[in-house]
Structures are given as structure tokens and as C-alpha cells.
Design a protein around this ligand. Structure first.
Ligand SMILES: [Zn+2]
Length: 260
């Protein structure tokens, strides 16, 4: 895999922010980017690492108390903890993927005044699919390794994780109502600071749909119950969508073009 090694070398040290609504595939794209050697960074993981590795610091003590009460950790704590994490040698040398953070404009203003990014990758997925993909296609995940499945990407044996053999369950809060609410929250809070990043010229769109004249093999397309799936893209139009292998190829192709 000479090409893959060249790509790994080209993206080493890059700072990438994955941007997109709930259900857009950030988790799977993160795994694809981790496979290239980038370090995955999310706010929950950064907080847990801080509390574990530096338990006596003021930040850790305060964060732990708040988390014990089951409350949301405020920006004044989350942002510095994530920033510290991004400044670790592991992230500096290998590069990182910021996944699902920052979530609000206040967090983004704080973080991006102190952290430079090479790329904001906007995962563009039609809204009609975001709800259907979670609810209609029964999104489910492994309780042990968090690998995601759905009727589009079912495990080889139902209920058993392909990767680790763990149990696969559906989230109780994956209903049409909660997903709609989370999407509205994304539009109001998160998508609201996208223009700030666009103004820096670092936002690139990675679409999931495939144009009809694009000759993509069926092995790269989302299928449902054996048929190539077509998503509603508004104005009565529909489009085909890439599956996990197809998106990995598109992502790697995009990164090769940009960084090699
Ligand atoms: Zn698993």
C-alpha cells in the first residue's frame, strides 16, 4: 500500500476539524482519519484524560465535581482542557481530528483564537437522510467499541459486532423527535459559527451524494434491502449515496489532492 503510506506522510501533523450535523457520519470519518495516524479528540475524552492524568489540578477537581453532579461542564473549563489536549506532543506530532467540538459559537471563538486549523471538513448530508438514516434504518452501535451499524451497514451476524464481538444495541433516544430536536440545535448553535470559519478560507465540503452521471460501482453505494438507495435532495430530486467504503475512498482522494 505505497499510496496509503504516502497519504499518511502527507497528512501527518495536520489539524482537521470535522464539522457536520448529528448522524452525518463524523464517527466513521474519524475512524478513517485515525487509520491515517491522526489523533481523535472529542471534549468528553479530553475531559476524562485530564481528570485521569492530572487529578490534582484545579481544572480537574472542578470538572470532576461538575461531572459527578451530572451537569454540563462549562466552556471556561472544557475549552482550556481541549486546548491543553491539542497541545500535547502526541497531537502536535501526528496531527488531530476535532470531532463534534466546538459545539457553540462561544466555544469556537475561545478555541480558534488560540488553535490554528489546516482544514475544516464539512460533511454534507441531506437533512432528509439524517432522520431516515437514524430512525428509518435503525441506527445501532456496539456497547464495547462504539462501532456504528444500521440497516445500510448491518453487522454480519445481527446483534454481534463485526469488529470486537460486542453486543449491538439501539440508543433509546434515537427517535424522530429527539433527532429533529438535535438537528434544530445544530442549526441554531453549531452551524451558526460556520461562516466565521468560511471567512478564513479553510472550509471544504465533502458530499455524500453521487451525481447520476458519476460511474461509481455498486460496491461503493448505499443499498437498503439489496437495492441501491436514493435519497430525497429537495425539489423532487433524488441522488445515490456513498457507503462506508465509498466515503473512505472519497475522503482519502480529497486529502491526497489537497495535501500531497
Ligand atoms: Zn465492537
Amino acid at each position: 500500500m505505497e499510496d496509503l503510506n504516502q497519504l499518511k506522510a502527507a497528512v501527518r501533523g495536520k489539524r482537521i476539524h470535522l464539522f457536520g450535523p448529528p448522524g452525518c457520519g463524523k464517527g466513521n470519518r474519524s475512524k478513517d482519519l485515525q487509520a491515517l495516524g491522526l489523533v481523535h479528540v472529542a471534549s468528553g475524552g479530553a475531559l476524562r484524560a485530564k481528570v485521569r492524568d492530572d487529578p490534582d489540578s484545579e481544572l480537574s477537581k472542578t470538572a470532576q465535581e461538575i461531572m459527578k453532579r451530572g451537569e454540563l461542564v462549562p466552556d471556561e473549563i472544557v475549552v482550556p482542557v481541549v486546548m491543553e489536549h491539542l497541545n500535547k506532543p502526541e497531537c502536535k506530532e501526528n496531527g488531530f481530528i476535532l470531532d463534534g467540538f466546538p459545539r457553540t459559537k462561544a466555544q469556537a471563538d475561545l478555541l480558534f483564537s488560540q488553535v490554528d486549523l489546516d482544514l475544516v471538513l464539512l460533511l454534507d448530508v441531506p437533512r432528509s437522510f439524517l432522520i431516515f438514516g437514524v430512525v428509518g434504518a435503525n441506527r445501532r452501535a456496539c456497547v464495547s467499541c462504539a462501532s456504528g451499524y444500521s440497516d445500510f451497514d448491518p453487522p454480519k451476524v445481527e446483534g454481534v459486532c463485526d469488529r470486537c464481538g460486542g453486543t449491538i444495541v439501539q440508543r433509546a433516544d434515537d427517535t424522530a423527535e429527539t433527532i429533529s430536536k438535535r438537528l434544530d440545535g445544530y442549526d441554531a448553535e453549531t452551524r451558526a459559527f460556520l461562516p466565521d470559519l468560511e471567512a478564513r478560507g479553510i472550509v471544504e465540503v465533502l458530499p455524500i451524494t453521487v451525481a447520476d452521471d458519476d460511474d461509481v460501482g455498486e460496491s461503493r453505494l448505499k443499498t437498503l434491502l439489496g437495492e441501491v438507495y436514493r435519497v430525497d435532495i429537495g425539489d423532487g430530486g433524488t441522488a445515490r449515496m456513498l457507503n462506508l467504503d465509498g466515503m473512505r475512498e472519497r475522503l482519502y482522494g480529497f486529502l491526497a489532492k489537497k495535501f500531497m
